[in-house]
Ligand binder design. Sequence first.
Ligand code: NAP
Length: 327
Amino acid sequence: MEYTTLGDTGMSVSRIGLGTMNFGWEAEGWRLDGEQSREIIERAIDLGVTFFDTANVYRSGQSEEVLGDVLADYARDRFVVATKVHGSMDEDNPNARGLSRKAIEQELENSLERLGMETIDLYQIHRWDDDTPIRETLATLDDAGRRGQVRYIGASSMWAYQFATALHTSDRFGLERFVSMQNHYNPVYREEEREMLPLCQQEGVGVIPWSPLARGYVTRPHEAFASTDRGSEESESRPDRHATYRAGGGETINRRIEEIADEHGVSMAQIAIAWHLHTEPVTAPIIGVSSIEHLEEAVAAVDVDLTDDDLAYLNEPYEAAPVNGHG
Ligand SMILES: NC(=O)c1ccc[n+]([C@@H]2O[C@H](COP(=O)([O-])OP(=O)(O)OC[C@H]3O[C@@H](n4cnc5c(N)ncnc54)[C@H](OP(=O)(O)O)[C@@H]3O)[C@@H](O)[C@H]2O)c1
């Protein structure tokens, strides 16, 4: 495993972050049960992964519970645990969603309890909240830091002007600053390169892409996307996502990933992960896995060397695609 620091902070993270959106107690379709989740987390730790991403809304809190349950068997200070707030945890309660002081303080307590931890290393706002002034959100997160409940704060998908406003608000009022951006970015969806990534680079903000493998689309040949449980569910229930990847030149890029994988004698997933690791300013992609084999391949991808020609060949077919992932 390789390690780096998260943006301008001094906090070390593994270059492979493990996403836990599909972890929970009971299996549901492509989502894993407690035993499968535990096996993957334990194997990730064996392989040197130190960076774990969850959210209050993942599997309605089960993801945080399972992650906390496994990490409780280890020394807490070895790991960087990231979670998120914004999504609704109770459709009947308007204060169980969003980024108001009331919602954040309640949800933070709930996340800490589910994780069984006293402090969250990276507390991220999952989206922008149009109903709450960003100064209220930042003041609340700043207070949580002073109470020792949160070490660093981060943000996830939003427009670059909103993120710039948040950074400016922190600077203006002397509040904690977001140190990371978790955004939708992968070889077939690169709209973030227009505004958000240059902003992050300029501001020393770490970049930790979500769905870095385009939800599995770049891990197997184009025609085979629906061949897994997740792929078939995504194809049926969310064809818009697949359409976004196709609009970005996805089919050609998918075939080129396969060609380069054959040349290097590795899997398509490994080429896609290596693409992230060779692309500035990515700190660590947050990879989703549904098996131990996926995880082992992800970690081994740290050793895949792509040439400038490989990268140019992968990047050349990309075309502008509709923005996806802010909502
Ligand atoms: N901030 C946000 O708004 C946000 C949004 C989405 C996700 N996330 C975070 O990002 C994490 C990852 O999201 P994601 O699951 O959509 O990401 P992803 O890494 O783009 O896709 C994961 C899928 O890729 C396939 N895959 C992974 N490794 C493989 C391998 N070695 N060989 C073949 N197939 C492989 C698997 O598909 P199959 O299961 O079909 O085999 C797996 O389910 C989440 O767990 C979560 O922590 C954050």
